[in-house]
Design a protein around this ligand. Structure first.
Ligand SMILES: [Cu+2]
Length: 115
């Protein structure tokens, strides 16, 4: 009698624990920072907006240090894709360069010195 109940119960417990740990892995957040070239407050808005792609929890760019701090989920987004998306809006990062034509289209106040 006890065995008949305890076996399905054990299986159920096992599923529960497994599902729970899978969820933890999925929600894992890593934080990192990298350099993004920019100049002003407008750049800050543009950079942070471009950085917040799917899987990125938060993005904060510092005008003085030019460092972008991000919190992201490595199982949902690759770092290089964040770099690429920022480069797409005209800002060079330490890994990806923006296209010259995109850079040229930036407002005058945003023309940062290119590395
Ligand atoms: Cu700017």
């Amino acid at each position: 009698m006890i065995n008949k109940i305890s076996i399905p119960l054990t299986v159920l417990m096992f599923w529960f624990v497994q599902g729970f740990s899978a969820q933890i892995t999925q929600d894992k957040t890593e934080s990192t920072e990298f350099k993004v070239y920019g100049e002003c407050g407008m750049c800050k808005t543009r950079i942070e907006k471009a950085a917040k792609i799917e899987g990125v929890k938060s993005a904060t760019w510092d005008k003085e240090s030019k460092m972008l701090k991000i919190e992201f989920n490595p199982s949902k987004v690759k770092l290089i894709d964040i770099h690429k998306n920022i480069a797409k809006v005209g800002h060079d990062t330490d890994k990806e360069k923006a296209k010259d034509e995109t850079y040229k289209k930036l407002p005058a106040c945003c023309k940062y010195e290119r590395p």
